[in-house]
Design a protein around this ligand. Structure first.
Ligand code: CP
Length: 354
């Protein structure tokens, strides 16, 4: 992989993903060997939405590789507040930075940015859609703690509808052999159909349950998630969903000895305090593994020739995406691009069925 964007991990082969994970392991074992690897290179972090882990782990990753960091974490302090479009911001920043990690609350924003950037764009989270570098952190955590990415029974619990880390991780884990998914959520916060379709098309299986206790004895991995308050249309809708699933020491008594508990963090009230000290909880280690995974990704993406702007696609349908959170509504100059599957048209930016 040389100088490509990372919008969705499905653009990378499993071999390429495994190479990044292997490099992360090498960096973790011998970090001093890599301290000058990105000397003279600049990473821009453009965060239109709050972040602790993703932004800081990208920044520390680049600094630990000997590179430098620019960017903003509050678009209100940038010319975005004066009405600058995403494409103009990206065109300018890609004159300053060799690589750009971008988070935006709108779905498909990273893909949109990649069409106008001279530097590789990394999707650091686009609304409730995808979060591929969290997946690299999650995969590396699973490799280090379970020793495999195959033949695992993985429970995903909480907000599977808006949880972008869940979408990216499920899509990637179903490319590995023999994984089974137990989807634990309320009816309202279930996994989107397009992600379920991807599981069905793979050789993996899933079941849907509404009880964490019922699922617990079967799991090798439990991936807990926060209810994503910021994605709801009203406080009332959020209030109905919060607190439904709480992992505590009583439920842990039902679990396998070898269970590993992951969480992309931040966590709010879905994990009781006492669980933090259980050796099966690996979510704080996961944040460190994420840093090594991002170091490996940066090295991998910068190891190549001069980046060229991709040929911009032409509109291929006269359709307005029906997803109100799609980037195409805010950045109206974007070409309207859709992929056809059966009788349905899916927006190329946000994967929404139209
Ligand atoms: N896991 C994750 O994306 O955390 P932040 O929102 O703090 O970056």
């Amino acid at each position: 992989m040389k100088n490509r964007h990372l919008i969705d991990l499905d653009c990378y082969t499993l071999e390429e993903i495994n190479d990044i994970l292997q490099l992360a392991k090498m960096i973790m074992k011998k970090p001093s060997y890599y301290t000058d690897s990105c000397h003279g290179k600049v990473l821009a972090t453009l965060f239109y939405e709050p972040s602790t882990r993703t932004q800081m782990s990208f920044q520390t990753a680049m600094l630990r590789l000997g590179g430098s960091v620019i960017g903003f974490d509050n678009p209100g302090n940038s010319s975005v507040s004066k009405g600058e479009t995403l494409k103009d911001t990206v065109r300018v920043v890609s004159n300053y930075a060799d690589i750009i990690a971008m988070r935006n609350p709108l779905e498909g924003a990273a893909k949109a940015a990649s069409m106008y950037s001279r530097s590789p764009i990394i999707n650091a989270g686009d609304g409730g859609h995808l979060h591929p570098t969290q997946t690299l952190a999650d995969l590396f955590t699973l490799l280090e703690t379970k020793g495999t990415l195959s033949n695992l029974t993985v429970g995903f619990c909480g907000d599977l509808k808006f949880g972008r880390t869940v979408h990216s991780l499920v899509k990637t884990l179903c490319r590995y052999e023999g994984n089974k998914f137990v989807l634990i959520s309320t009816k309202e916060l279930g996994l989107p159909d397009y992600v379920k379709d991807i599981i069905v098309q793979s050789k993996c299986e899933y079941t849907e349950v509404s009880s964490l206790s019922e699922a617990m004895p079967h799991l090798d991995v439990l991936y807990m998630t926060r209810i994503q308050q910021e994605r709801f249309n009203s406080v009332e809708e959020y209030e109905q969903q919060k607190g439904v699933f709480v992992l505590d020491s009583e439920k842990l008594k039902l679990a396998k000895y070898g269970l590993k508990i992951l969480h992309p963090l931040p966590k709010i009230d879905e994990i009781a305090e006492e669980v933090d000290d259980d050796p099966r909880a690996v979510y704080f280690d996961q944040t460190e593994y994420g840093m090594y995974a991002r170091m490996a990704l940066i090295l991998n993406m910068l190891d190549g020739d001069e980046h060229k702007v991709d040929t911009r696609p032409q509109s291929n349908a006269d359709l307005i995406c029906s997803n109100p959170k799609c980037i195409t509504h805010a950045e109206t100059y974007l070409p309207k691009i859709y992929k056809k599957s059966g009788n349905e048209m899916f927006c190329e930016y946000c994967d929404h069925s139209n």
